[in-house]
Design a protein around this ligand. Structure first.
Ligand code: ARG
Ligand code: GLU
Length: 689
């Protein structure tokens, strides 16, 4: 008997643990997961992951800017993140003469590192559950508005107590589980962050939007920065006297490589998920919102591409804009498909039916109906709002005009806005997008939702095309010298400019007709979802719940794994340089690699150079640039994407198909050395093998 039991145990261990790798866990509560992590191969302790008493891995992870993650890899402030996270900074330093996007950039010494005005990196000092304090003074007889003011007043006090702007310390109180729990996050924010290196886009963005969100992937998606501090190692504004920051902890690098089944762990700042919403919302996303937004962006992308392919200057101007339009566009396509393939709406409906049975006679009876009713009242208006954001709000000249107008009104300087706008503006694209977007707006937004201004303008001028002429021929904002000559005295004249008027009319419509409905229903949803979250936790007592992502620091763990994208196909989890050469094609922009890479490959011996790998870590937007760590806590990669078929993991995680995509750290080392000739940077890194 015993021998059989022993044998079975051995078999289970050999098969490996169950692949239920869903979850984005709070680092300060990681002791609740550490047993599972260790069972799956992790060798470190909870204190190694997160500690306030000693340096831990969290001290080597930062929020990079306001939507990416980065990690420290030396005791001299050297930081790694993605190429696409550094992209707008690299672009800002680029011109046709110094095209760092195209050619790459490598500082060969500290003096050559480039400052980036406005870029910050935030280190988490500590986080703690402050639910009791936030709700102090609240009792159940209070109205929602009263509860709200209690929460706000208490949060304000907690923030004041913990923030210290002179020292660069900021504090936030964040609601988790829809406000069933509140956490305090205290950060140290550094604001002198310099560009150290970036590969040419033909490596850092290899595959471009063709391969974006896809496997097999071969993108060298990294860039390197350095965090600077004052002489006391504290945050400071940019100054040539600043010195490299000495972090409490940095990642050591493992060059041992990855194998299918290896434990991996991603430490970073996932932005936003909605794992616990009811079927009605999932239906809206997959059947209404995603398809409509995809159709609008397809048109904009086609227009941008047409002009970009005709002119290198336009290509540079619109590269960053184009990438950001295309990114969500493609993600939504995967999400829509994934939700449909998983029958998530039906699965959620079945869950809700069981829930309703359970809720009978409890305070949660009728909750599903209540939620359904709120969504039904909210979503038509919300769709009009999404249409507004994707159409009228994307007309560049209109946005620019309104930006200048506000500054003139406020009496603030306009020069930087004028510079950055004209550096990257190409009017034919904007005009064509105006016609395409406003035509779709006219066609697809129901008449009773349309702003009166737009209906009148169309009636008066007869066509969207004529409205476009009215705006573009009438505005002064396409003429740089005229914009430069404006002073605050001109405010009243500027208010009559057709571009400013269009912005104002649409904005008024949004504020008067849409925003009140959205605000009121959001408010109802906030309360109902708070109840629903708490109810689900009571309904499924044995389930481990993790809070939806909200850009706070999280841990996701899993293993290196391939997947079956469709019937009869298996995707292996590791890609190599051989695959880059297979894709290489000088005639296709996205696949045209630098000649030097061809030459290196031709020398031989690099076929098996690893490039990217797949794993089951549950990640989302914001996890870009996150360190990917092995069982020993050493850096093996940088997270930069997910597979397209698995992007519904923001709503429903399918362990069979949801995979994150990481750059293999060995490819970074290869590129820095062979392409950048900047291997001097290795001197400050620590390699464990
Ligand atoms: N899909 C990745 C993310 O969501 C990479 C985006 C940048 N790359 C691109 N080709 N647009 O951020
Ligand atoms: N590229 C994404 C980012 O910017 C990560 C991909 C994802 O959504 O998982 O954070």
């Amino acid at each position: 008997m015993k021998r059989i039991a022993f044998f079975c145990l051995g078999l289970i261990l050999a098969m490996g643990p169950a692949r239920a790798d869903e979850g984005m866990w709070l680092p300060s509560l990681i002791s609740q997961r550490i047993g599972d992590m260790q069972a799956k191969g992790f060798k470190l302790s909870a204190e190694d992951v997160y500690s306030v008493n000693q340096a831990s891995l969290k001290d080597a992870v930062v929020l990079f800017g306001s939507g990416c993650t980065g990690e420290l890899v030396s005791d001299e402030g050297l930081l790694l993140t993605n190429h696409h996270c550094g992209y707008s900074y690299i672009q800002r330093h680029s011109s046709v003469e110094h095209d760092y996007l195209k050619d790459g950039f490598w500082a060969m010494n500290r003096q050559q590192e480039l400052p980036n005005n406005g870029l910050t990196v935030s280190f988490l000092e500590r986080m703690e559950d402050v639910t009791d304090r936030v709700l102090r003074g609240f009792d159940v007889s209070m109205t929602e508005a009263q509860r709200d003011s209690v929460v706000r007043a208490n949060s304000k006090l907690i923030i004041e107590e913990n923030a210290d702007s002179d020292k660069g310390i900021t504090a936030d109180v964040e609601a988790l589980f829809y406000g069933n729990q509140y956490f305090l996050f205290v950060f140290k924010v550094f604001r002198d962050v310099r560009l150290v290196g970036a590969p040419p886009s033909s490596i850092g963005k290899f595959g471009g939007d063709t391969d974006n969100w896809m496997w097999p992937r071969h993108t060298g998606d990294f860039s390197m920065f350095r965090v600077y501090a004052d002489k006391d190692n504290n945050p400071a504004d940019y100054s040539p006297d600043n010195v490299p920051y000495r972090p409490k902890r940095f990642f050591k690098i493992s060059r041992a490589g990855v194998q299918e089944g290896d434990f991996t762990f991603v430490y970073g700042c996932p932005g936003s998920t909605q794992e616990y919403v009811m079927s009605e919302q999932v239906k809206y996303v997959a059947e209404v919102s995603d398809p409509q937004k995809i159709a609008l962006r397809t048109q904009r992308l086609d227009i941008q591409k047409k002009y970009m392919s005709m002119d290198q200057a336009v290509r540079i101007q619109y590269s960053s804009k184009n990438a950001s339009v295309s990114n969500a566009w493609k993600k939504w396509q995967g999400e829509e498909k994934g939700i449909k393939k998983n029958h998530t709406v039906a699965v959620k409906q079945a869950y809700e039916a069981r829930f309703k049975e359970w809720a009978k006679g409890t305070e949660y009876e009728g909750l599903i109906e209540r939620l359904g009713d709120i969504y039904a009242r909210r979503n038509p208006t919300y769709l009009a709002y999404e249409y507004y954001v994707e159409t009228a709000r994307t007309i560049e000249i209109v946005q620019f005009a309104s930006g200048i107008y506000s500054r003139l009104k406020a009496g603030t300087d306009t020069k930087d806005l004028i510079d950055s706008f004209f550096k990257d503006y190409y009017q034919p694209i904007d005009e064509e997008c105006f016609v395409a977007m406003m035509t779709s707006f006219d066609k697809n937004v129901p008449d009773d939702f349309k702003p009166a201004f737009f209906k009148e303008m169309l009636a008066e001028y007869g066509s969207v095309d004529a409205c476009k002429d009215l705006v573009f021929n009438g505005t002064i904002f396409t003429d740089r010298s005229k914009v430069e000559a404006l002073t605050p005295e001109d405010v009243d004249t500027v208010a009559q400019d057709p571009a400013v008027k269009m912005y104002g009319a649409f904005y008024d419509w949004y504020s008067n007709d849409l925003a009140p409905v959205i605000r009121a229903t959001n408010e109802e949803l906030r309360v109902a979802n708070r109840d629903y979250m708490r109810a689900q936790m009571a309904f499924e007592k044995d389930r481990d719940f993790y809070p939806d992502a909200n850009l706070t620091l999280r841990v996701a763990y899993g293993q290196v794994a391939g997947y079956e994208p469709y019937d009869a196909a298996y995707y292996y989890p590791v890609s190599t340089l051989k695959g880059i050469i297979e894709k290489d094609n000088p005639d296709i922009f996205d696949y045209n690699i630098p000649q030097v890479l061809r030459d290196i490959y031709a020398e031989g011996g690099h076929e098996n150079q690893p490039v990217c790998f797949l794993a089951t870590n549950h990640t989302t937007g914001g996890n870009s640039g996150s360190p990917v760590i092995n069982a020993e806590g050493n850096l093996i990669g940088i997270n930069f994407d997910r597979v397209w078929e698995g992007t519904m993991s923001d709503i429903v995680y399918d362990p069979e198909i949801c995979r994150n995509i990481s750059l293999d750290i060995r490819y970074l080392l290869f590129v820095v050395d062979q392409i950048g000739h900047a291997s001097y940077l290795f001197d400050e890194m620590v390699f464990v093998d």
